[in-house]
Design a protein around this ligand. Structure first.
Ligand code: ZN
Length: 457
């Protein structure tokens, strides 16, 4: 087992991963609020923490990864109202689409994907404990966390109280003892079509409390790694930490790990970017492997620029790997005198999950294999690609059904059929063209459409 170090936001230093039980490393990452389809920015934590789990498993740890789904929220009420439909129906549909969109990345699912709407009992219990211990108070059916009652408040985000803005609506402001306080429970308001009973009256949870409740329910208090985007450090994660510290007298997690944001630069309008950057669109255009390659090309802590050019670069790197794999001997051991690149690859991941340095070593390995010509064993490359989420590339050249050979083609076919059902023929045609580029023709057989390699069609 390598010594693994990860950057901890609270201490501002690299901390060794030191799980109490190496067979049960817990990772909790904050997932999406399901009011619309997710974009590439939402995919980054999904990919970072899914791959971190893979790497830890490669190193011999057992890992439980939890990524929650926020399905009760102001944004969902607002979006549902604008579409004149029930908020629970919109949230359920967007949860399904979030699963489909992230499935298409080919990285599998987290071990647990709890929903806020299914955690209300644990949420109410947590709030009741905070009230009982004097860390929270009810006011007109709302319940607020008493921020100044928590001595540790601010220790994660390192903000001074004067710089803390909870970003909550003004109408609750007069019910707060202190503007620093934040909502744990919100009394039912007109226009909100989901509501739950509580000791403080009908209402629904505030945003932050769900993660304290879900994380504790699935991983216990004091689990190993809490992750999420750097935009969540304040107020969301500061508040999560406070809620658990105040209710349980212990820290929620040992290590806070935050990924940088995707940056949309050099584009005219944020709105148009929002459309082109939807994950399923980006995957449809460039393929899942290029999207994963793009996301691991930068260090997880750094911002990552988004543009079609960046995705095209990633696609070219994927193509280089495909070309190299064709010349390698599948499943054969790799030369021992190339193993230093493989070691350096995994050492880079052990050093604060440095995927760009790891990738550089992987491509050094490929360069060396190409230099040696045909027949170099691909075992080491397979091992590296599997950990970094690109293992599908090694399956492409084998025979079998299309899903096993090329899950991306299978996905394109599925999207084409869906587009045809929705009479979106422009999209259907685009999917057909992309399949052609990948070497597949669509044939309408007796059991529906099937894919044939172009040469045999
Ligand atoms: Zn959260």
């Amino acid at each position: 087992m390598r010594a693994i170090r990860l950057h901890d936001t609270r201490s501002g230093t690299l901390l060794p991963l030191a799980p109490a039980d190496p067979a049960r490393v817990g990772i909790y990452a904050c997932g999406p609020t399901v009011y619309s389809r997710i974009h590439i920015g939402n995919a980054r934590p999904f990919v970072v923490f899914s791959l971190l789990k893979r790497f830890l498993e490669h190193e011999g740890y057992g890992v439980s990864l939890v990524i929650n789904v926020t399905d009760v929220n102001d944004k969902i009420y607002d979006a549902a109202r604008a579409q004149d439909r029930p908020s629970a129906e919109l949230a359920a549909q967007m949860t399904e689409l979030y699963r489909a969109d992230t499935d298409a990345l080919g990285l599998g699912r987290p071990d647990h994907e709890p929903l806020a709407s299914e955690t209300i009992g644990a949420i109410v219990e947590h709030i009741a404990t905070l009230v009982r211990r004097g860390h929270a108070y009810a006011a007109d059916g709302d319940v607020y966390f008493r921020v100044r009652s928590d001595d540790g408040y601010g220790s994660l985000s390192h903000r001074r109280p004067d710089d803390m803005d909870q970003g909550e609506d003004v109408e609750g402001a007069q019910r707060k003892e202190d503007p620093l306080d934040f909502a744990l429970w919100k009394a039912h308001k007109q226009g909100e079509d989901t509501v739950w009973e509580s000791p403080w009256g009908p209402g629904r949870p505030g945003w932050h409390i769900e993660c304290s409740a879900m994380a504790e329910q699935l991983l216990g208090v004091g689990f190993d790694i809490h992750g999420g985007g750097s935009d969540l450090v304040f107020p969301h994660h500061e508040n999560e930490a406070a809620q658990t510290r105040a209710a349980r007298g212990a820290e929620l997690t040992k290590l806070w790990m935050h990924n940088g944001m995707i940056q949309f630069t050099g584009e005219k309008m944020a709105k148009s970017i929002g459309n082109i950057a939807l994950l399923h669109e980006v995957i449809g255009q460039f393929g899942a492997q290029a999207v994963v390659m793009y996301l691991v090309s930068g260090h997880y802590r750094q911002p990552l620029a988004f543009s079609p050019g960046e995705l095209q670069d990633a696609d070219r790197r994927v193509q280089r790997l495909r070309d190299a794999l064709r010349r390698l001997a599948p499943g054969e051991p790799s030369p021992a005198d190339m193993a230093h690149h493989t070691d350096a690859f995994f050492d880079a991941l052990a050093n604060d999950f440095n995927t760009p340095t790891a990738l550089a070593e992987l491509f050094e390995w490929v360069r060396e294999a190409n230099r040696r010509g045909e027949g170099v064993g691909d075992a080491d490359l397979r091992e590296m690609l599997g950990v970094i989420g690109l293992g599908e590339l090694t399956a492409r050249e084998s025979v079998g059904d299309v899903a096993a050979v090329d899950s991306q083609a299978d996905e394109l076919l599925r999207r084409r059929e869906q587009a045809r059902r929705e009479r979106d023929f422009a999209t259907a045609d685009r999917m057909r063209d992309e399949l052609r580029e990948r070497g597949w023709e669509i044939r309408d057989g007796p059991d529906g459409p099937e894919l044939l390699p172009t040469a045999n069609a």
